[in-house]
Write a protein that binds this ligand. Structure first.
Ligand code: F6R
Length: 608
């Protein structure tokens, strides 16, 4: 959600900044802009729409010469997507330029005060107050002006700032919105996320809340909000650069779907040692694990859906009461906190505003918080008491696939660990489950090799207006995710229903030809789901069923059947999601949509 890229060094800044912004496109945006010192003044160019428009306008940066600059991709919050609302924002004198991610919550009061002082606002954005405040407080010392602004604004921000008087520096500041600083022999970089600078450097500083950075071509200095110098150590990013490239796939989403066997293997293998689950890397002792009486899982979107699967698996295997809540609801519903509850926050990006707020709330009420996170060093990872990293690698497509799969794999490991500590399952059952778990990546590889069957089916449903997903238990959890995947990238209306709930209202929507995707992977619930299939079919629905190879009799009641191999019931979701991810992908592709960058969506939702 919004992206910042900035550079100061020996090379031309604009091409580096545009390249950095292009690698942040996955975050979602609707306009873009760039500002560069040309030796005399700060020159700026902005464009609504895709980044390539800005690239063409600037001839890939050639029309903006200079070795220091900042750029931005904007995802509109305050004010519509337009050139004037796009960042950077400059003051009337064109002497200060700002790019901003986040939301200034008290901007209305600040704007009123600034207007009373005579400042004229050109845009509808909250960001513009920052530019005028910097102008108001700047008397030759950028640091002092930035500090004063930081003391007065409320909300979240990652900032990149240029001062015309200081052409050999760029400034950065952060609170509750991610920002990193990179350094190489060629210069210094600011960015919202690692992919923006990975091809230039692997040496990165993570800015913490209320820190300021001053970058020159050869140095970076850090300060706290009171202007005191602080010492920070760089970390080395060990991502494979190719992980952030498409590697021959048409879209990142397809590449990431194909990476799932590797991602799940990387997530589970290091944590299985000598026939046991080894979570010693997580700062929770066995005694602590045993002492928890309840688990509360909190997350947003697909991460929440992984939590719904997590609840079924934890309760089933470890027999520990588990609840799951949406972070945007949990943080405002005045939950009952209990120090014996383990709160698990699940997040791919580790920056989701509501999930981060839920984490802080739970911690401030004395709960231990475990984060299941994909991005190393992200805010949620840094603020949690303990971290379980999913080793999915960088996920670029807005619609998550491999991170979701790794999240549910993380829940399997946690459930098995707790199940054995609480003696909730026999050692034999534990071994059976462990054997099944390590087979999942290979089984997923097998499923991926049958993608043509799904493409064929998807191509028949490109014009469908409504699709219903039904299932029970873990299959229902899976339906939630399959339905979200489809709607976010195909723009087809779809809903997920617990199959037993249909007759309480939704069945009235069934008519001739309505497409229902029924998931029936749980043997214990199979006859019940079959009854629901019969119900919708008798109202005219066309049913595509997803079940296991042993249930070939499904062909008698469903119109089209997709099969997945057998695994243990708690792990079925890992296999069943694969054809449904591919279904969403091929529907989106067939409708000619931008699979990786669906409209209105952002990869990292850093505002609430
Ligand atoms: C959907 C999707 C979103 C995210 C949600 C939470 O494909 O990716 O629903 O799951 O925005 O994001 P994270 O996991 O980064 O907290």
């Amino acid at each position: 959600m919004c992206g910042i890229a900035g550079y100061i060094g020996k090379k031309q800044a604009a091409p580096i900044i545009l390249d950095g912004l292009s690698r942040l496109e996955y975050r979602g945006y609707d306009s873009a802009g760039i500002a560069v010192f040309d030796g005399e003044k700060i020159r700026m160019q902005k464009a609504t729409g895709r980044l390539r428009i800005l690239e063409e306008m600037t001839q890939h940066g050639a029309t903006l010469p200079g070795v220091a600059g900042i750029g931005h991709t904007r995802w509109a919050t305050h004010g519509s997507p337009s050139d004037v609302n796009a960042h950077p924002h400059m003051n009337e004198e064109n002497s200060i330029a700002v790019v901003h991610n986040g939301i200034i919550e008290n901007y209305a009061q600040l704007k009123q005060k600034l207007q009373q002082k005579g400042y004229k606002f050109a845009s509808e954005t909250d960001t513009e107050v920052l530019v005028h405040m910097l102008t108001e407080y700047y008397h030759g010392d950028p640091l002092e002006a930035i500090e004063k602004v930081m003391h007065r604004v409320e909300g979240s921000y990652a900032l990149g700032i240029l001062f015309l008087d200081h052409p050999h520096h760029i400034y950065a500041a952060r609170k509750d919105s991610p920002l990193i600083i990179g350094e190489s022999g060629e210069g210094r970089f600011i960015a919202s996320d690692v992919p923006a600078i990975l091809q230039y450097t692997r040496s990165v500083y993570y800015m913490e809340n209320e820190e300021i950075a001053c970058l020159s071509h050869a140095h970076t200095r850090f300060f706290n909000v009171d202007g005191e110098a602080i010492q920070k150590d760089p970390v080395t990013i060990d991502w494979d650069i190719h992980a952030a490239e498409k590697g021959g796939f048409e879209y990142f989403m397809l590449k990431e779907i194909y990476e799932q066997p590797r991602a799940i293997r990387d997530t589970i293998s290091p944590r299985i040692k000598n026939g046991a689950i080894d979570l010693s890397e997580i700062q929770i002792s066995d005694d602590e694990w045993k002492a928890f009486r309840k688990i509360t899982i909190v997350a947003c979107g697909s991460a929440y859906h992984s939590g719904v699967t997590g609840r079924y698996v934890l309760e089933d295997l470890a027999r520990i009461p588990t609840e799951v809540d949406l972070a945007s609801e949990y943080r405002y519903r005045n939950p009952i906190y209990d120090p014996d509850t383990l709160v698990i926050i699940v997040s791919q990006s580790g920056e989701t505003a509501d999930s981060l707020a839920a984490l802080r709330d739970a911690r401030s009420h004395g709960c231990k918080v475990l984060a299941i996170v994909n991005v190393v060093g992200s805010s949620i990872a840094r603020e949690a008491d303990a971290v379980f990293y999913t080793w999915a690698g960088p996920e670029i497509a807005v619609a998550t696939t491999k991170a979701y799969s790794c999240q549910i794999a993380a829940f399997y490991l946690l459930a098995l660990k707790l199940a054995s500590l609480r003696a909730a399952i026999t050692p034999e059952r534990f071994r059976t489950l462990l054997d099944a778990l390590v087979c999942l990546p290979g089984q997923i590889e097998g499923l991926l090799s049958q993608k043509e069957k799904i493409q064929f089916f998807a191509n028949h449903y490109l014009a469908t207006e409504h699709i219903f997903f039904i299932g029970r238990g873990i299959d229902y959890a899976l339906c939630l995710e399959a339905s979200l995947k489809l709607k976010e990238i195909s723009y087809i209306h779809s809903e997920a229903y617990a199959a037993g709930e249909l007759k309480h209202g939704t069945i009235s929507l069934m008519e001739n030809g309505t497409l229902v995707i029924a998931v029936a992977t749980q043997d214990s619930l199979y006859p019940k789901t079959v009854s629901n299939i019969v119900e919708v079919k008798s109202r005219g629905a066309f049913v595509m069923a997803l079940t296991t190879l042993q249930h070939q009799e499904m062909e008698k009641c469903a119109d089209y059947v997709l099969y997945i191999p057998e695994t243990e019931a708690p792990f079925m979701g890992s296999l069943a999601i694969i054809p449904l991810q591919l279904f969403a992908y091929y529907v989106s592709l067939g409708r000619g949509l931008d699979v990786d960058k669906p409209r209105n969506l952002a990869k990292s939702v850093t505002v609430e």
